[in-house]
Design a protein around this ligand. Sequence first.
Ligand SMILES: Nc1ncnc2c1ncn2[C@@H]1O[C@H](COP(=O)(O)OP(=O)(O)OP(=O)(O)O)[C@@H](O)[C@H]1O
Ligand SMILES: [Mg+2]
Length: 329
Amino acid sequence: MARGELMKKLLASYGRDEEFRAVAEQIIDEEERKNNRVLAKSLRRTLESGPSRPSRPKALAPLIPFPEAAGEFVELIEPTRTKQNIILSSENVRVFIGLLKEFRRTEEIQRRGLAVRSKLLFCGPPGCGKTLCAEVFAHELGLPLYVVKLDRLISSYLGETAANVRKIFEFARKQACVLFFDEFDALARARDDSGEHNELRRVVNSLLIFIDRITPKGFLIAATNLDRALDPAVWRRFDEVIWFDQPDRRMIERFLRMKFRNVAVAFDPIGHAHELGGYSYAEIDRISVQAVKSAVIDRRKEVTESDFLAALADERRRRHGSARLTQPG
Ligand SMILES: Nc1ncnc2c1ncn2[C@@H]1O[C@H](COP(=O)(O)OP(=O)(O)OP(=O)(O)O)[C@@H](O)[C@H]1O
Ligand SMILES: [Mg+2]
């Protein structure tokens, strides 16, 4: 290809790492073919020493086949939500940026005999972003997300479960991915409940031992909404514990701003932030979505304050109902 064409292609691929690289390789090949060996060599060296970004595994096609037998309790999720979809405290943003940077320098860090933080425990009340964050984090890392269905794993403890657990960990040791143990409390509960159930206890303990020993190629993340109640034997296995708290007034305002960013409104949703204290993001999300839906159903262009208030009243009713359900007697 003519040099001018290649240059054009190179510029057009700006920002798309893999394409850029492919065109750059083509230019180098061209120079080699023209016998400009010194130039070709120097170009190659420059290309190789460029900033190394983690190569995004081509749309969730892992290099190592996932152990099929474990497929029954592991689900491959394609991360779709990005950091634009999540509200995080500035403290957590700092932690995650630190983890991302560390991950990108894994080789250098390990060469110096140091360990990269790769086992994370997400804690916090329901609906405050633990699962969402695991997805966004995987997306940011460019890694596939494997969600381990712990309850299913634990309830199928008989037979080959232990062997399958081993295979999952073996996989996560070799394949860069995010291995996500959602509802990790199931494990702590099973540990308490197992009583005389030796087989169950064996699986739970072996899971803890695996977590202890593994140095994942990507990340292992566990999420729980028990906090301090989790046994210290579980805590100490994680390199980092990250808290997802109920949103305060300022975070609620940010969240509402995000939810109504592209929505035509006839009122100011932020003005209602003070009424949403004590609600989780998931609940506020539901209120916002419900308000928007009312306008859609009525074929109105704008969401009105009464749409919002009706959705809020609905959420209150729902809460009241669920409080009744959990009250003793
Ligand atoms: N921090 C957040 N920022 C933006 N949206 C959020 C946030 N937290 C929760 N949401 C919304 O609520 C939904 C449910 O949140 P998520 O599943 O992450 O909660 P969780 O903390 O994992 O809860 P659980 O303990 O019940 O598993 C998300 O899909 C998202 O729509
Ligand atoms: Mg969750």
